[in-house]
Design a protein around this ligand. Structure first.
Ligand SMILES: *[C@@H]1O[C@H](CO)[C@@H](O)[C@H](O)[C@H]1NC(C)=O
Ligand SMILES: *[C@@H]1O[C@H](CO)[C@@H](O)[C@H](O)[C@H]1NC(C)=O
Ligand SMILES: *[C@@H]1O[C@H](CO)[C@@H](O)[C@H](O)[C@H]1NC(C)=O
Ligand SMILES: *[C@@H]1O[C@H](CO)[C@@H](O)[C@H](O)[C@H]1NC(C)=O
Length: 409
């Protein structure tokens, strides 16, 4: 199995570099990322001159889809592309046509959905011809290689789901150039290296990067993201949980940073996340205390800080949060007595074990706790995490009066 997968990847990258069919002029799309786009060895897809397409856009879509099928799909066990024959691309399995938003008389390919197709192959640069695509869903296939930079032509693309494939290489920067993109799902691939900080300045509503090989420090502009769902788990970030997430107070609904290598204190700004329902920073090396400000997460339902190095007492107000259903903090060094209100929200045993609590079962040994607490207390400032400096609200009339008084003095 393992060697078969390796051979496929080798074939895949060889095709991506030397194959990549040619009849279309992609000059001006910029290089980078695609690897040899524009170089061709195989002939371009021929379009029968007697065929009449309802629009030139559907003719382009025909070339894109036929090139994909002929040159870049190596295995299609469910025969999803078997009916990709002839000029009626709107009838192809997984292809959805719709009138163009800019001219409703023109029909164009608006969606390609091959989710759970188990298809092996790669994405040829010709997919840039699907320039009216709003949805591209390729979840759970065996597509490999890199994401072609010609996809920058997909100016209407709203949802890009490449999850659970075999894409490799650097973060696909082409997604930063897609003005309409709101939903980006790259999880369960083998992307590696840094995630560009520009990602967090994009108007994305959902960002899924989990289970890749990304390695970077979460940049301090993180809080610029208007995303409601942010799942970055199971990568290697290290460093700070940016305090700028306080800027996401009105928009962030779910944040999942499991096993991300975070090594700092929890910024008190997490308490500003008044819309958050899921907050999970388990399996990191977070130190310091659980800030009392957490009680500001008025809508939180799932709160997971387990498997970290948290110390000190559990702020009493946390267990009393009105919507909290599952508060898990096992495998830390939390101390003192657990408040009785926690019984309602902490999953019995598993949620609280292996801490230094005085009134709960299955805690760490007194020796282990004593050794931990004998160490000097954590200095959160030593991590040099960037502070969050919220824009000051405009002064209220009374404040302005005070100000003018002060000036008069
Ligand atoms: C796909 O087509 C091949 C060849 O026609 C056939 O043997 C196979 O059973 C088909 N698979 C499915 C899932 O329909
Ligand atoms: C679309 O496909 C169906 C069968 O899947 C077929 O009956 C119909 O004729 C096709 N329409 C066109 C316009 O080709
Ligand atoms: C908060 O986010 C907005 C964009 O949503 C950005 O313009 C602003 O600079 C951010 N402020 C801080 C202090 O990060
Ligand atoms: C609570 O959440 C943790 C993960 O955060 C999960 O493993 C556990 O099953 C949940 N327990 C209950 C009772 O929902």
């Amino acid at each position: 199995m393992r060697s078969a997968a390796c051979i496929l990847i080798v074939v895949c990258s060889a095709v991506a570099v030397f194959g990549g069919a040619a009849a279309l002029d992609f000059s001006g799309d910029g290089g980078g990322g695609g690897g040899g786009e524009g170089m061709r060895t195989s002939a371009a897809v021929r379009v029968d001159p007697t065929w009449r397409f309802p629009s030139s856009r559907l003719r382009d879509a025909y070339v894109a889809l036929q090139t994909w099928k002929r040159d870049a799909i190596f295995s299609d066990p469910q025969n999803l592309t078997a009916d990709w024959v002839g000029p009626d691309v709107c009838n192809y399995t997984g292809v959805v046509c719709a009138p163009l938003p800019s001219d409703r008389r023109v029909l164009a390919v608006a969606g390609v959905d091959l989710n759970h197709g188990d298809i092996a192959g790669y994405l040829p640069p010709e997919l840039g011809l699907l320039s009216d695509l709003a949805l591209l869903h390729l979840n759970s296939n065996r597509f490999c290689g890199v994401v072609p930079s010609t996809l920058r032509r997909l100016r209407l693309l709203h949802e890009l789901d490449l999850s659970n494939n075999r894409f490799v290489g650097a973060f696909p920067r082409v997604v930063l150039a897609m003005p309409s993109l709101r939903f980006l799902d790259l999880r369960f691939n083998e992307f590696e290296g840094a995630v560009p900080r520009e990602l967090f300045d994009r108007p994305l509503d959902a960002i899924f990067l989990n289970h890749n090989r990304f390695r970077f420090e979460i940049p301090d502009n993180f809080g610029n993201s208007p995303a409601s769902v942010m799942v970055l788990a199971h990568n290697s970030f290290g460093g700070c949980l940016p305090a700028s997430l306080g800027n996401m107070s009105g928009t962030l609904n779910e944040i999942v940073l499991i096993n991300s290598g975070l090594n700092s204190c929890l910024p008190t700004e997490i308490g500003l996340l008044r819309e958050v329902t899921v907050f999970d920073v388990s399996f990191n090396r977070i130190v310091g205390s659980l800030p009392a400000a957490v009680a500001g997460m008025r809508k939180v339902e799932q709160l997971d800080v387990a498997h970290n190095l948290l110390a000190g007492e559990i702020p009493a107000a946390v267990c009393g949060l009105p919507r909290l259903r599952n508060f898990t903090f096992a495998y830390n060094f939390l101390s003192g007595g657990e408040s009785p209100s926690c019984a309602r929200v902490v999953p019995g045993g598993a949620g609280e074990r292996r801490n230094c609590l005085t009134n709960r079962p299955d805690q760490r040994s007194p020796q282990q706790c004593a050794a931990f607490y004998a160490r000097p207390p954590v200095n959160c400032d030593a991590f040099h995490c960037k502070p969050f400096l919220p824009a000051l609200p405009p002064p209220s009339p009374s404040a302005r009066d005070e100000l003018s008084c002060a000036v008069n003095l």
